[in-house]
Design a protein around this ligand. Structure first.
Ligand SMILES: N[C@@H](CCC(=O)N[C@@H](CS)C(=O)NCC(=O)O)C(=O)O
Length: 201
């Protein structure tokens, strides 16, 4: 049985959403991010982070790697893994891109506009991150011009991975309004029943 470590409020949400898309049975241990440095958990992931996926003998960390693995292994029939090598290359490209070009700034906006106690928030830092995100948002908007999804004709792991990271734009109050293609694509991706199911309380 597949097992996922990590509470819904963490990056484990990305994996839980993927598992719902795939319709797979799994066991969920909702380890909060405050409990990932215990000696017991460090045996599961020596980095002290969630999510972690266990599938048979495989133990995997890094949310994007986990989702790419799940899509390739279990998502071919459902179209979550692109059919062509070119589509698969785009799935890797967008998964690396969203982590390296956007995640730190999205997290910064989320922390300074929602997560931190009010007296620890720094609006100037959030505004700087919001400004830096305009470049990647322009890139994403252009990539979605005349296309419904990022790596194939339908919704794939590329869309899931990028939309899951961009879900922080809501708490971080980063408006997508100036980017109509991103806005339309985000509504379609984030509005999927499997995402709603994964995050239902
Ligand atoms: N790049 C990793 C980051 C994982 C990560 O930082 N997870 C956070 C929760 S969202 C965590 O475990 N924080 C607890 C800690 O670092 O002590 C991934 O995408 O899986």
């Amino acid at each position: 049985m597949i097992k996922v470590y990590g509470a819904l409020q963490t990056r484990a949400m990305r994996t839980l959403w993927m598992l719902k898309e795939l319709g797979l049975e799994y066991e969920h241990d909702p380890v909060p991010s405050s409990q990932t440095r215990t000696p017991e958990f460090l045996k599961i992931n020596p980095n002290g982070h969630v999510p972690v996926l266990v599938d048979g003998d495989l133990k995997l960390f890094e949310s994007m790697a986990i989702n790419l693995y799940l899509a390739q292994k279990y998502g071919q029939a459902k179209g979550l893994w692109p059919k062509t090598i070119e589509g698969q290359a785009l799935a890797y490209q967008w998964s690396f891109w969203v982590m390296l070009e956007t995640e730190a700034d999205l997290l910064n906006t989320l922390r300074h506009r929602a997560l931190l106690p009010e007296d620890k928030r720094d609006e100037a830092a959030a505004a700087k991150s919001t400004e830096r995100l305009q470049g990647p948002l322009k890139v994403l908007d252009a990539a979605l011009q005349g296309k419904e999804y990022l790596a194939g004709p339908g919704f794939t792991v590329a869309d899931l991975n990028v939309a899951a990271v961009f879900s922080w734009s809501r708490g971080g109050k980063v408006s997508l309004d100036a980017f109509p293609n991103v806005n339309r694509w985000f509504q379609a991706s984030f509005g999927r029943p499997a995402r709603k199911d994964a995050t239902a309380k």
